[in-house]
Each structure stands twice: as C-alpha cells, then as structure tokens.
Design a protein around this ligand. Sequence first.
Ligand code: NDP
Ligand code: 8X3
Length: 254
Amino acid sequence: MSQIALITGGTSGIGLETAKVLASIGYNIIIVGRREDRLIKVSNELINSYKVKVKYLVLDIRDRESVSNSISSLPDEWKNIDVLVNNAGLAVGLNSFDKGEFEDWERMIDTNIKGLIYVTKFVVPFMISKKRGHIINIGSIAGKQEYLNGNIYCATKHAVDSLSRSMLLDLNQYNIKVSQISPGAVETEFSIVRFKGDESKANSVYNGFTPLSAEDIANIVKFVVSAPEHVNISDIVVLPTAQSSASTINKKLE
Ligand code: NDP
Ligand code: 8X3
C-alpha cells in the first residue's frame, strides 16, 4: 500500500483540507472525527477525486478507551501509519479568567491536550516498530504568546508546543520526525465553535483583513511531509500578513 496519513479532525477546516492535499499527492488517508455524516462525505470525495484508499474512524479523541479500541482494531495494513497529523482541537469561549466556565475549560484541555496525547500514544508503537514515522502537531500562535481572554485555550496550545519538543526529544531514537505548525487566524469553523454557534460574532473575527485559509495550512503540511528523509522541519509559525502577534491584527490594511 502507498503511504498512510492519519488526520484527526478531518471533518472540517484545516484537517479536511489537509486530507485533500495529502490524498492529492498519493497518501491513503485515515480521517478521524465525531460527525459520521461528514466523515462519509469526505471519504467519498477523497476516493472519487484522488483514487486513494480511505478509512474513517468515528471517534471522540477525549475518550481514551475508544481511541485505543479504534486504533487497535484497524486492519493490519492500515496500522502502517507513516504520518500522524494531530489537528483536532477547539477553543470554547473567550472570557477573562474570572468569568470562564469549567465545562468550557475541560472541553479544551480534554481535546487539545489529552486527546492529542491519547492518539499519539496509540499510533507511535506502529512507527517505532518500523523505525520511521512523522508526527505533525497543529499548534497555534496562541501556543507561543498569550492574548487577552485566551487563558485556557492559550495554555492548551502552550502544552502542544511543549509536547512537540518533548516528542521530538523522546522519539528521535526511533527515527520519528516531529513537527509543529502554529498558525495565526485561519478562517474555518473554529470561531463558530468558540462562540457556540453565534455566526455574527464568529464572522467579525475575520472582518477587515484577509485571514489564512485552511488550504494555506494544508499546503504547509504538504511541504513539511515532503522534505527529504534527512530534513525535519520542526517548528513553523505562520500568520496572515495583517497579523503581527497573537493579539495584533491590522484591520486598517483593507
Ligand atoms: P474546525 O472547527 O473547522 O475543525 C476542528 C476539527 O476538530 C473538526 O474536524 C472536528 O470534528 C474535530 N474535533 C473537535 N473535537 C474533537 C474530538 N473531541 N474528537 C475528534 N475530533 C474532534 O477548526 P480548525 O480547522 O480551525 O481547527 C483545527 C486545529 O487548528 C485546532 O487544533 C485549532 O486549535 C488549530 N488552529 C486553528 C486556528 C484558526 O484560526 N482556525 C489557528 C491556529 C490553530 P468533529 O466535530 O466532527 O469531531
Ligand atoms: C486559533 C487562533 O487567534 O485564537 O489558535 O490564536 S487564535
């Protein structure tokens, strides 16, 4: 079989575009997400457009047992995962620390940190056994700098930043590459999720400047996985031209 990429959060945004771009260069794809209707639709699109093999896992990455069961029940030929893109993640709420809600905080911590480490822990043994593999973590500019009211989301992405360096240190002995891509503002369903379905609040995030697109990030994933065997692109920060820090976007440019 051709190379296999497992992408978490393949039902929307960055993960969906990454699945398409990696399929377009011949990867067979495993996509993971909770929304089965979307997983079926994306799978059919990938199979029809790119003639690759696709498997989908209906999976909430916060559930450690389900992650273990789903990954261990993959057919043997699908366990030969070459690239793991840890993309599934979310922000919920944008409130000062004193006004934040535990439920929102726990969703972010359970998904962005615990979900990422569960998936990685269960995939890594396959990479170790063949002494080859590539883990790509989607971090964020929020993992490099804090911004007002970002508190717990920023903390989870700082954890991803730290975990990316730790994985690189610990897994290097097995010839596993570890890369992190940390974007600024990308227009996806991210802000709709953050503002719990409030579309006008979500749209206002991207008004007055040109944000990154999910395809921009997918093309960077393609660049990272296509580097020669002896090259590991370990850390990339990518911002819209109008954005100069986690909290500074020049909305006067347009
Ligand atoms: P989207 O909301 O468009 O996509 C998020 C994806 O994550 C969906 O496919 C969703 O699938 C999946 N997901 C969420 N929770 C779970 C879960 N518990 N189990 C399995 N899958 C889950 O947002 P983006 O594409 O923008 O976000 C992708 C990543 O990029 C996130 O980690 C985000 O933090 C990061 N990022 C985003 C930026 C932005 O401005 N948009 C900037 C920097 C980083 P489903 O709902 O079907 O489970
Ligand atoms: C997602 C984008 O602006 O919240 O990581 O940092 S932002």
